[in-house]
Ligand binder design. Structure first.
Ligand code: COA
Length: 185
């Protein structure tokens, strides 16, 4: 089922020249978006609070790491990639067939405009339609924006995984969050 939604540009005002900013469109992510997707990942990765990764993957690597379904991009008025969201299976065991892990990245220039929220809503709708019952995320404890985004969209904190891995030699805590669908049974 195609998902096309618009996010409201919260915070837009004539005072900062953003009143005429076009609405963000959320569409299925395709290989045509590869460059923009990897660019947004690179930016988030370099900021240091998004992922343990320190190298940008190739498109083939990115493609292999994420499920082919439930991938979305947020596009601006000129089809530039403002953000993306995708999921990956967490286990090959049958009992966990309906459990996936979410990744969501938004370009810094578009933070705080509801883009992340629009992407999470698209993934939630798409995964629920496919019978996936739990979407989980691992978020660095310092990533206040991501924690707020997840909690806003129905994720609960399962717990904090203390010093679970090292990024650039520094042990990091990861907050495990999950959203259990109320409609998938
Ligand atoms: C985390 C991220 C995806 C959020 O995307 P976004 O488009 O800025 O988020 P939204 O504008 O949709 O905001 C979603 C909610 O989080 C809140 N929020 C966003 N940034 C926030 C911040 N810095 N501090 C507190 N709350 C914040 C918003 O107020 C909003 O809540 P509301 O609907 O109740 O107002 C974005 O900051 C990002 O891409 N960061 C770098 C990559 C990253 O960390 N990805 C997540 C890896 S786990």
């Amino acid at each position: 089922m195609p998902h096309e939604t618009s996010s409201t540009d919260r915070g837009a005002s004539s005072a900062d020249g953003t009143a005429n900013r076009p609405a963000v469109r959320v569409l299925p992510l395709t290989p045509a978006h590869a460059r923009g997707v990897l660019g947004v990942f690179d930016e988030g990765m370099r900021a240091g609070n998004a992922t343990f990764e320190t190298q940008v993957p190739t498109w083939d690597e990115w493609d292999a790491r994420h499920s082919a379904a439930h991938r979305f991009v947020a596009l601006d008025g000129t089809d530039g990639v403002l953000g993306w969201a995708a999921v990956a299976s967490v286990s090959s065991r049958a009992a966990y067939a309906g459990v996936v892990e979410l990744s969501v990245y938004v370009a810094a220039r578009a933070h705080g405009r509801g883009v992340g929220g629009a992407l999470v809503r698209a993934v939630v709708a798409s995964t629920e339609a496919a019978g996936i019952w739990t979407v989980q995320s691992g978020v660095f404890r310092e990533n206040i924006a991501s924690l707020a985004l997840h909690e806003r969209h129905g994720f609960r904190v399962v717990g904090v995984r203390e010093r679970i891995g090292r990024r650039d030699g520094v042990w990091r805590d990861v907050v495990l969050l999950e959203r259990r669908s109320a409609v998938v049974d």
